[in-house]
Design a protein. Sequence first.
Length: 351
Amino acid sequence: MKTEKHVLDAICTIKNALKAYQKARKCKRYRPEVLRFEANRETNLARAILDIRNGTYKAGRYYVFKVYEPKERLIMALPFYDRVIQHMIVNIIEPIFEKRFVFHSYACRKDKGAHAASDTLSRWLYNLQIKQGKKIYAIKADIHHYFQSIDHEVLKEEVRRYISDKAVLKILDHIIDHNGIYPDGVGIPVGNLTSQLFANVYLNILDHYIKHNLGVRYYLRYMDDFIILGEDPAELRKELQRINEFVENRLHLHLNPKTTIIAAKNGVDFVGYRHFPSFRILRKGATRRIKKLLHAFKTGEVDEELFDRSMESRIGHARHADTFKLCEELREEMKQTKLITNGRFDCVICG
């Protein structure tokens, strides 16, 4: 496999640095750390270029916190300067990895995403079960504690199959090893831009094994969640056993104990929806979270700006399922809630 040798020069340009800065500040331009960076933008960008070119870049200290929606996750965030540097690096190296990813890997990729993954699964189920009349089963699997379990040596080895520029590899190794509160040699922080890319690079090994070694046709993955469709549950059990062995022996990871094989006619949970052969619905947990947000706004736990923004996002997600009636009910409940709280009807969704 041909590796990219001349990567450093492409990263260390003022054009790339400025592009990285603009990406890093998106939706954050009035935060204090961004304003401080902006006050000396040219100096800071020149420093970033020199730190990368000279190999003197040292990642800053993580700010560690938890988020609880849609589930509890530990987030580690770097200072703004580091985020600019990560954008500089990812701008250049992402296309190198991207062209070797399998088509049906959907997370953190241009023109992909959760909705595209859901559309693909819906189309497969419809074609196989409704149009062709087949009885379909599905492996529904994910990796147990994925981000915190990634083996650094396996990841570094895989990165070297794509890139051979020693100066860039030194910086990437430093970013990988700078893993916050995780033990040495394992885990990459949720919250890093590079972590999103590295997570795809790592499981691309699994993608190629499933597609090319096992010859699976109906396989798709969204980050560490993946689905395999097939007609023969016995064959799927054999494939799952081989996948489990590969994940443990090659990737040093473990499948979630809840990994299972199900009859697709009963619905396949994936990327926030429950997929049936001819329709899809929102998962019950997503509906409960919307109701919880409405209650939090009624009691004053969240302000109107956050409420409108969150509801816009959640109803936008719901619209991709067969949820017309649910969305109409939610819009009406929003109107009534805002009438009770402060009399405003002009929220971003209700109009």
